[in-house]
Write a protein that binds this ligand. Structure first.
Ligand SMILES: Nc1ncnc2c1ncn2[C@@H]1O[C@H](COP(=O)(O)OP(=O)(O)OP(=O)(O)O)[C@@H](O)[C@H]1O
Ligand SMILES: O=C(O)C1=C[C@@H](O)[C@@H](O)[C@H](O)C1
Ligand SMILES: [Mg+2]
Length: 184
């Protein structure tokens, strides 16, 4: 099912969906700066609130506890406007969180190939507990199989392989303008 933003609702927030290392945090930061909006990187928000790294939360309490923290952090910011939200890659596994953001949200799926995701993630080893095993490519492939139907709910789909972070932010900025966002 595609996202249900009505055609006449001018977007007042953006949410970036996609696999680990697809670029949600990097693109979100550049886009928010360009728009003069706030950037909420949900993994970092949770870490700040908990005083622990995501990997520590997974190790101590497991994935379901982390998913509950994601839901609580989303509820704290759901009513805000002029926000670019970069949640973690598994946030979409609770699809109600996307619905909770409201119809004036532009949702974007940042697509990435398995090989490129593994290459990018390898720059920060230990940060992503779901890729910590001996076969990160297999893990990405399995997660993509589970999550692609959920990511594909996004209104805008962008392939990120071979595209720069500023170019991707440009594409989203253009999509916002095409949906009626006035220039600042
Ligand atoms: N389009 C791109 N081209 C090249 N490198 C990129 C691109 N997008 C992101 N990167 C780099 O890949 C790494 C992972 O990106 P980022 O942290 O933004 O991913 P993410 O989608 O937020 O992942 P997670 O779901 O784990 O939070 C970073 O080092 C980032 O600079
Ligand atoms: O794709 C995922 O499930 C995750 C992505 C990261 O951003 C973190 O939220 C965590 O490592 C889990
Ligand atoms: Mg991120």
């Amino acid at each position: 099912m595609a996202s249900s933003r009505p055609a006449d609702a001018v977007p007042r927030r953006v949410v970036l969906l996609g696999m680990m290392a697809s670029g949600k945090s990097a693109v979100g930061a550049v886009l928010a700066k360009r728009l003069g909006w706030s950037h909420v990187d949900l993994d970092r928000e949770i870490e700040a609130a908990q005083g622990r790294r995501v990997a520590e939360i997974f190790a101590a309490e497991g994935e379901p506890a982390f998913r509950a923290l994601e839901a609580a952090a989303t509820a704290r910011i759901a009513g805000r406007t002029e926000v670019v939200l970069s949640p973690g890659g598994g946030w979409i596994t609770r699809p109600a969180l996307l619905d909770s953001l409201g119809p004036d949200t532009l949702s974007v799926w940042l697509r990435v190939s398995v090989d490129e995701a593994v290459r990018r993630a390898s720059a920060s080893p230990g940060e992503r507990p779901l890729l910590a095993g001996p076969d990160p490519a297999g893990a990405v492939r399995r997660l993509l199989g589970e999550r692609e139907p959920l990511y594909s709910r996004a209104e805008l789909h962008l392939m990120t392989d071979g595209r720069s972070v500023p170019a991707l932010a440009d594409d989203i900025h253009s999509a916002l303008r095409a949906r009626g966002l006035a220039p600042r």
